[in-house]
Design a protein around this ligand. Structure first.
Ligand SMILES: Nc1ncnc2c1ncn2[C@@H]1O[C@H](COP(=O)(O)OP(=O)(O)OP(=O)(O)O)[C@@H](O)[C@H]1O
Length: 309
């Protein structure tokens, strides 16, 4: 089993009466990319601050890279790289000066700066003041700052917001390279379509609680949504195969994810249908289903448990 990069064990954090995180547990293995998802105010930033050691758990334990995290351990750990949302720099500095400043702060050789600027496509602008940089250029600079000290854990808060598709692709391509080399990444984002192909695991938070955690397959399996199966011959087959009737809706078959394989077997063996188009719920559908379940529970006055909904 790979070593855990981050473990939350029954962690709660309160701001006065408000429980920003509520009995949260999960374990993130090293070298994985975890998407951190949730509505505004769900507790994502609170979770990130706890990993950074900026906030202490009121209950439970947070362990990061094998060490119990607490405010005493926050002192500029070069093992953790952080790209905050809407990063801003002292904008009279040039890109080169910004990275050189962070290199000195993190005890990294100044020689690392130029190759990084080159790799991040900023070499041409390295001697220009950051105030003249576009949003995408600033984000690249921020990302370069985050990985300057070759961290073992990267925390990225909305890294692709406002970026064009090419710039977003660059960020995820670089993240893939880093996770392949063993770096662990947590990406907090509302851009579900962008992160979906990239994630190894996702953690969905709702009102400070864990609504779901796992691989995309696991999330899909547990979300309660159906798999759609489409084929032009289905309408005719339903008449002759009564078993299909209970799954038939608006021209498609819709079945629980857990029954997909049995139904596919039936379609191929009993109906000789071999080219059925199967559509699984995507991350956005899973996310919205979890949010809707949370809303229903709340309207029913049922409190959420610490497990999955
Ligand atoms: N310093 C603070 N003092 C009081 N309440 C806070 C503080 N920081 C966060 N909160 C509250 O804690 C809850 C969780 O906030 P948090 O910032 O972690 O959410 P989030 O998921 O990051 O939201 P967003 O997507 O809007 O950034 C919210 O209700 C927020 O108002």
């Amino acid at each position: 089993m790979s070593q855990m990069a981050v473990t939350f064990n029954q962690v709660s954090h309160y701001f006065d009466e408000l429980r920003a995180l509520n009995d949260l547990s999960f374990s993130l293995p090293g070298g994985k990319l975890m998407a951190l998802l949730g509505h505004n105010g769900a507790g994502k930033s609170t979770l990130i601050k706890m990993i950074l050691g900026l906030l202490d758990p009121c209950q439970g334990e947070v362990s990061v890279l094998g060490q119990t995290q607490n405010p005493a351990s926050k002192a500029a750990s070069t093992d953790i790289g952080y790209l905050p949302e809407n990063i801003s720099f002292y904008d009279k500095l040039t890109g080169h000066e910004v990275l050189s400043y962070f290199a000195a702060l993190k005890g990294v050789s100044a020689r690392a700066v130029a190759p990084l600027l080159e790799e991040f496509g900023l070499a041409y602008a390295q001697h220009k003041a950051v105030k003249g940089y576009s949003k995408g250029m600033k984000q690249r600079l921020g990302f370069a700052q985050a990985i300057l000290a070759r961290p073992r854990l990267l925390l990225l808060d909305e890294p692709t917001v406002g970026l064009d598709p090419q710039a977003s692709q660059f960020i995820y391509h670089k993240l893939k390279q880093l996770t392949d080399q063993g770096c662990t990444a947590i990406v907090c984002t509302h851009e579900l379509q962008l992160v979906e192909p990239q994630l190894d695991l996702a953690l969905v938070l709702g009102r400070g609680k864990r609504l779901a955690f796992g691989t995309l397959d696991e999330l899909v399996l547990n979300c309660g949504l159906g798999v759609h199966m489409a084929h032009p011959a289905l309408a005719g087959l339903v008449a002759t195969h009564p078993l299909l009737q209970s799954f038939y809706r608006d021209g498609d078959l819709i079945c629980p994810v857990s029954q997909r394989e049995v139904l596919m077997k039936y379609l191929t063996l009993e109906c000789q249908l071999f080219d059925v188009k199967v559509t699984l719920p995507d991350l956005a559908q899973v996310y919205h289903a979890k949010m809707a379940q949370m809303q229903v529970m709340s309207e029913l006055g049922l409190s959420l448990t610490s497990g999955e909904l």
